[in-house]
Write a protein that binds this ligand. Structure first.
Ligand code: AQP
Length: 343
C-alpha cells in the first residue's frame, strides 16, 4: 500500500442470518470498497468467528454460520479474486496481536464501552448470568483485526463508533510508547451518511439488531419477497400523515432512509415524491423496493451456499493472502515491543 492508497478492513460476525441493517450499514460499503480498491489486498473482509466465542454458542453451528455468512457476502458481490475475504480463526496473528495490544489498552477505556456497561449493570443487578472475560476485552481483538493490516479505513455502521475510537486510541498509544517510527496506522471509520443506523421496524427508537427485538422488526437479507413486504406493511410509524423526517417521525424517517439507499436516491427526493401520499402506499413502495433490491442476493445465495468445498477453498485462499499482509506487521510489532520472534 502506498502512502496515498486506501486500504479498507471490516469484520462481520458469523451470525448467518444477516439483516437489512448489516447490509445497508456495512455489506453494501464492502462491495463499494472492493470496486474502488487499487489491489485485492486493499479491500480486506473478515468473518470474525473468534468474536462469536465470547457469548454462549454451539460449536457445530458456528462452522455452519461462517459458511452462511461467506455465502451472503459472495452473493452480495464480494469477489475473492478482487478482495481478501477470510475467517478470523484461520489467521493466528489476530489473537496474537490482540494480546500484545492489551498491554497498551486502558482498562478504563474498556470499562466505558457501551455494550460492556450494559453487561456490567446486569452483573451488578445479579441478572447477568455467566459473563466471559472475552465480553470485556473483545474490543482489543477488534482493534487487532484492523491494526494488523495497517488499514486506514474501516467501513461500519453507526453503532461501531466507540470501537473505532478505541482502536484509534490503541494505535496512537502503541506508536507513542514504542515508536518512532510509527509501527501502526491510526484508522478512520467510514460511516455512511444515510443508512448508518437502520432502525427496528417495530421499534423505531432501537436499531435493527441480531440479538434484540423480534423477527417482525428485522428484515433478513434472505427473507422471501412476500415476507419483506409484510414486515414493511406492518412497520410502526406515527399518527400523522406526512412522509417526511422530523421529531416524532422516527419510523417514517427510517423508511425514508431505507428507500433512499435501496433506490440510490436522496431522502429529500423521496419526501418530495411522496408528498400528500398516505402511509399505506408509502410503506408498500418501500417494501417493494427492498424486496426487489434483495432478491438477486437471495437467488445467488442458494447456489453459493450449497458448495461448501468451494466456500472453504475461497476462505483458505483468503487466509493465505491475509497472512501475507499481516505477518510482517506482527514482526514489526514484536520487534518494537522487544518480544522475541517465534522460533
Ligand atoms: N441497524 C443497523 N444499521 C446499520 N448498520 C448496522 N450494523 C449492524 N446493525 C446495523 C453494522 O453491520 C456490521 C456488521 O455487524 P455485525 O455482524 O458485527 O453485527 P451483528 O452482531 O451480527 O449484528 P448487530 O445487529 O449489530 O448485532 P447486535 O445488535 O445484536 O449486537 C457492522 O459494521 C455494524 O455497524
Amino acid at each position: 500500500m502506498s502512502a496515498t492508497t486506501e486500504r479498507i478492513f471490516s469484520g462481520i460476525q458469523p451470525t448467518g442470518r444477516k439483516h437489512l441493517g448489516n447490509y445497508i450499514g456495512a455489506i453494501r460499503q464492502y462491495v463499494a470498497g472492493q470496486e474502488t480498491a487499487a489491489a485485492p489486498g486493499d479491500a480486506i473482509f473478515c468473518i470474525v468467528d473468534l468474536h462469536a466465542t465470547t457469548v454462549d454458542y454451539d460449536p457445530a453451528k458456528l462452522r455452519e454460520r461462517v459458511h452462511d455468512t461467506v455465502a451472503i457476502l459472495l452473493a452480495a458481490g464480494l469477489d475473492p479474486e478482487r478482495c481478501v475475504l477470510f475467517r478470523q480463526g484461520d489467521v493466528r496473528e489476530h489473537a496474537e496481536l490482540s494480546w500484545l495490544l492489551s498491554g497498551v489498552t486502558a482498562w478504563g477505556d474498556l470499562n466505558r464501552m457501551h455494550q460492556w456497561k450494559v453487561k456490567r449493570e446486569q452483573i451488578e443487578a445479579g441478572t447477568g448470568g455467566f459473563v466471559s472475560a472475552g465480553l470485556f476485552s473483545y474490543p482489543v481483538l477488534m482493534a487487532a483485526d484492523v491494526l494488523a493490516y495497517r488499514a486506514n479505513v474501516v467501513p461500519v455502521g453507526d453503532d461501531q463508533r466507540q470501537h473505532i475510537e478505541l482502536m484509534r486510541e490503541v494505535a496512537r498509544r502503541f506508536n507513542e510508547r514504542f515508536g518512532p517510527p510509527d509501527v501502526l496506522v491510526v484508522p478512520e471509520g467510514r460511516i455512511p451518511e444515510v443508512g448508518a443506523r437502520i432502525m427496528d421496524l417495530q421499534d423505531p427508537f432501537s436499531k435493527m439488531s441480531t440479538t434484540s427485538g423480534g423477527d417482525a422488526g428485522r428484515v433478513y437479507v434472505l427473507d422471501e419477497p412476500d415476507a419483506i413486504r409484510k414486515k414493511f406493511r406492518s412497520a410502526v410509524t406515527d399518527s400523522g400523515r406526512e412522509v417526511r423526517r422530523g421529531s416524532g417521525k422516527e419510523g417514517i424517517a427510517n423508511l425514508i432512509d431505507v428507500l433512499a439507499v435501496v433506490g440510490g436516491r436522496t431522502p429529500e427526493s423521496i419526501e418530495a415524491e411522496f408528498e400528500g401520499a398516505g402511509y399505506g402506499d408509502f410503506k408498500m413502495a418501500v417494501g417493494d423496493a427492498v424486496a426487489e433490491y434483495l432478491a438477486p442476493v437471495r437467488e445467488r445465495y442458494a447456489g453459493l451456499r450449497e458448495d461448501e468445498a468451494e466456500l472453504e477453498r475461497a476462505l483458505a485462499a483468503g487466509a493465505g493472502a491475509a497472512r501475507e499482509i499481516c505477518a510482517p506487521v506482527l514482526a514489526d510489532v514484536r520487534e518494537a515491543m522487544g518480544v522475541a520472534e517465534p522460533r
